[in-house]
Design a protein around this ligand. Structure first.
Ligand code: FAD
Length: 485
């Protein structure tokens, strides 16, 4: 091999199939140096949280094995990616650095900086699409900005959605002799004292193979019933692909391609397939928004929200985080999150509404907790969704629509299977009282061996009163912005 090598910089695209940058690098015939940089400098306050780190460890291990099987390897490095990649390019005399494009504000800034640095040493950065269904520049309003309302966004996106058969993984990847890098253990991504990851290990198989398996499983009965069952946390009604999509272990193009192919083969799955694509499009919607509104993770998207009278209350926040609010559906969700690293979407909306509307705690507190505990923590999806629930986001839920945690529980977990799984101390309560134990007659509680305040908390707030307070708080924003309810 005499030609100058190409550095293949892996980021949140930890896969070999349908990977445009990798396919292009291998096609040149030049030696390819695959590298992953653990960069805790560039993201600033958005360095990866604990649950994401656990996922990353296993995903890198899987990618490394897959590369070894193709005659290559994964070089690991740590530090400021700008410096690490520039140094590596200099050392190896690389002609190019190939990577997949990312959309977080710090990631885009890094790409710009890296491009300039590399050019000074006769090396070029080439970015490839693949993390989204469409690039942010490709789906714009007539005015040239990003869509702020989902439905017209979906219309514009779906009109140009042309999924292609996913590119296979390269059979072989020619790489130069091994460069000295770090060992995966040196990254120290796994929790040690205490090891809180037991539930995560049971629930997940990070890596490209795990991602394909999840999709295949979903495309059967679950997709057929997805339009109806996706709101039911007690049923296995959704794909559970979000961490795989976040880490790029599967491309959204592959999800669409396989979903449509499966729907064409299996009558009765069209509605499920369409609804699934619409959910995937929410992911694009959030990423496009973040690409144009870099302050989305920190500041309200809508003007006028700075006057909102948020409360700082450490003990209420702690009760919410630990799943001890006294509202079973909220507590089940928060405990599902802690045990498995995810939470069902419907329950995310309920717990988020409870935090911002019943407890009046700033959405940024919830966003930060999710950031640390979700295996699918994703800056675009997380910040856009929190703002959506709080009422200050794009196409947001109106502030006056306040979820009632009891009726939401009764509606979406009608047999109580979800609450019983994650709040086992309530398992003996009959369905009629499961979602509001604080209203259950004494003899019912006694028969279920529950003393409220001892075995399970009393409600930390009275929902009806909290609702009135929240509406009064909203009046302030409304007065400031001239918004109408
Ligand atoms: P499915 O129902 O199978 O949907 C398929 C895919 O579509 C998902 O994997 C996901 O990539 C995408 N998707 C679905 N719903 C949404 C949505 N509302 N917004 C953006 N993308 C969506 N999702 C994250 O990936 N990371 C986050 O950090 C995150 N934080 C959230 C915070 C709050 C307060 C709320 C209400 C939602 C959040 N979501 C987040 C969105 C959503 O809850 C998850 O994507 C979904 O629960 C993942 O489960 P699934 O893969 O089974 O979804």
């Amino acid at each position: 091999m005499t030609s100058r090598p190409i550095i293949l910089w892996f980021r949140n695209d930890l896969r070999l199939k349908d990977h445009a940058a990798l396919t292009a690098a291998v096609a040149t015939g030049a030696p390819v140096i695959p590298v992953y940089v653990l960069d805790d400098v560039t993201p600033g306050r958005w360095t990866m949280g604990g649950a994401s780190r656990w996922w990353l460890h296993h995903s890198l291990a899987a990618l490394s094995e897959d590369l070894e099987a193709r005659g290559s390897y994964l070089m690991l490095a740590g530090g400021d990616a700008l410096k690490v990649i520039t140094d590596l390019a200099r050392q190896t005399g690389a002609s190019h650095v190939y990577c997949s494009r990312a959309y977080e504000p710090f990631a885009s800034a890094l790409e710009r900086g890296l491009k300039d640095e590399l050019e000074q040493q006769d090396c070029a950065l080439k970015r490839y699409a693949g993390a989204l269904l469409a690039e942010p520049e490709a789906v714009l309003t007539k005015g040239g900005g990003p869509y702020k309302v989902y439905t017209p966004f979906w219309r514009a996106l779906s009109a140009q959605l042309k999924p292609h058969a996913p590119k296979p993984a390269p059979k072989a990847i020619a790489s130069p002799r091994r460069l000295k890098g770090m060992r995966l253990e040196d990254f120290a991504l796994l929790p040690a004292k205490p090891d809180w990851a037991g539930g995560l290990r049971e629930a997940w198989t990070p890596g490209e193979a795990g991602a394909s398996e999840r999709l295949t499983r979903f495309l059967g009965a679950a997709m057929a019933a997805y339009a109806e069952d996706r709101n039911r946390p007690d049923l296995p009604g959704t794909s559970r692909l979000s961490p795989h999509l976040h880490f790029g272990e599967i491309s959204p193009n592959a999800c669409v391609w396989h979903a449509r192919t499966a729907a064409a083969r299996r009558p009765g799955t069209d509605a499920g397939c369409e609804t699934f694509l619409k959910e995937l499009a929410w992911r694009d919607f959030s990423h496009h928004l973040l690409a144009y509104v870099p302050s989305l993770p920190e500041k309200p998207f809508r003007p006028g929200w700075d006057v909102f009278p948020w409360k700082k209350d450490a003990s209420l926040l702690a009760a919410w985080r630990r799943g001890r609010t006294g509202y079973p559906i909220v507590d089940a969700g928060m405990r599902e999150l802690w045990q498995t690293g995810v939470m069902h979407n419907r329950v995310r909306m309920i717990v988020a509404s409870f935090l911002v509307k019943d407890l009046l705690i700033p959405w940024q507190e919830g966003e930060a907790w999710f950031w640390d505990t979700l295996v699918d923590a994703d800056l675009a999806n997380n910040s856009a969704s929190w703002q959506w629930v709080a009422g200050c986001g794009a196409d947001a839920a109106p502030y006056f629509r306040i979820f009632n945690p009891v009726s939401q529980g009764e509606k979406f977990d009608p047999d109580g299977a979800y609450v019983r799984r994650f709040v086992p101390e309530l398992a003996q309560l009959p369905n009629a009282h499961l979602h509001a134990p604080f209203e259950a007659p004494k003899e019912v509680l006694a028969a279920a061996r529950i003393t409220l305040g001892r075995d399970y908390p009393l409600p930390v707030v009275d929902h009806k009163r909290a609702r009135v307070q929240a509406l009064a708080a909203y009046e302030r924003v409304k007065a400031g912005t001239g918004a109408s309810a």
